[in-house]
Write a protein that binds this ligand. Structure first.
Ligand SMILES: NC(=O)c1ccc[n+]([C@@H]2O[C@H](COP(=O)([O-])OP(=O)(O)OC[C@H]3O[C@@H](n4cnc5c(N)ncnc54)[C@H](OP(=O)(O)O)[C@@H]3O)[C@@H](O)[C@H]2O)c1
Length: 298
């Protein structure tokens, strides 16, 4: 059976990440069909689109996914049960590759990430499910992408307050972390599907660049031509305080913890599955990306 992937189903095309993945898949010549739940309120429609029941039931999805080579999921990463149903249906339908909604700010395989943010336990749990499913159905495979913080998406999430020319940093701001633009994540997704042989059943780590918070602030200062105000937090204390608030249900604190983990434990360059070379992906220029982002958001 050919491993070549050409027909791809995408669920989540209207989210934060979905449009960039859609664009890259189309530009790379894949034949893309968007799956939409029937209750979807997203205004966009696509040349090739299939509506699916809101309960994402396995028998219906199995019929829907017949003939597809791959499924890419960009719904919220916390939707583990929904993704398990899609995976089960994909395996039954003969789909060769599934890319789940990982796209992590953080490496969800580490104990620190899992202990700090429950979402990462869910992501690891889903990978275990996919691993088991693949061992029972060898023609079904998966790839999970870890990209670091989305860099050109929500600057507030990165604690960069553009309009106020203010930033928050952890410790002395020198810890290095991998970050990716949405465009780079889209391109990585396409390249993974172009090379199904070497990307099967593994986590793949990518980046646009490896940066420190000091380097990021300096780039924003150069691009905006202004001196920025920098507030520093001691990461250990911040972890304790935000961890306590997160346990009480504070969602902003959960986001702050994701920011922390992806900053203090976010360097992918030493990981064995850091796959920039394997995928033939180049890095991007920090200052050029900052300039583009400031022009768009500033
Ligand atoms: N590394 C980072 O910095 C970072 C940042 C953000 C997200 N992420 C990750 O990126 C991935 C995608 O996240 P995202 O923020 O792009 O997602 P999102 O914006 O919440 O996107 C949700 C999308 O899923 C669709 N959808 C389909 N079925 C759904 C259902 N049952 N419930 C809710 N939505 C449903 C929605 O479309 P309709 O409403 O039209 O159905 C929408 O297009 C996740 O794995 C997330 O963890 C990473």
């Amino acid at each position: 059976m050919s491993t070549k992937i050409s027909k791809v189903a995408l669920l989540g095309a209207d989210g934060n990440l979905g449009p960039a993945i859609m664009r890259a898949l189309v530009e790379n010549g894949f034949n893309v069909t968007v799956l939409k739940r029937k209750s979807s309120k997203s205004p966009s429609s696509y040349p090739s689109q299939i509506m699916v029941s809101d309960d994402f039931n396995v028998p219906e999805l199995t019929e829907t996914l017949k003939g597809f080579d791959a499924v890419v999921i960009t719904v919220k990463g916390s939707q583990t049960d929904l993704q398990k149903r899609i995976a089960e249906a994909a395996a039954k339908a003969g789909v060769k590759r599934l890319i789940p909604a990982d796209f992590g700010s953080c490496d969800s395989s580490t104990q620190f990430a899992q202990d700090t943010v429950p979402l990462f336990k869910h992501k690891a749990n889903l990978r275990q499910y996919l691993t088991d499913l693949s061992s029972k159905n060898p023609s079904f495979t998966w790839t999970s992408i870890v990209c670091g913080h989305f860099f050109d998406w929500s600057l507030e999430f990165l604690h960069i307050h553009l309009s106020q020319r203010k930033a928050e940093i952890l410790d002395d701001g020198t810890a290095k972390w991998s970050a990716s633009t949405l465009g780079q994540i889209g391109e990585a997704t396409a390249r993974i599907l172009r090379r199904p042989d070497v990307t099967a059943n593994r986590m793949i780590y990518i980046q646009s660049f490896l940066v420190s918070q000091n380097e990021v602030v300096a780039a924003f200062e150069r691009v905006t031509g202004a001196k920025w105000e920098v507030k520093k937090y001691e990461s250990k204390k911040y972890l304790e305080e935000e961890g306590r608030k997160a346990k009480e249900g504070d969602l902003e604190a959960v986001e702050n913890l994701v920011w922390l983990v992806g900053t203090v434990e976010g360097d992918w360059t030493g990981k064995k599955d850091f796959a920039m070379k394997e995928l033939g992906l180049g890095e991007e220029d920090l200052e050029r990306v900052v300039r583009r982002t400031v022009e768009r958001l500033g």
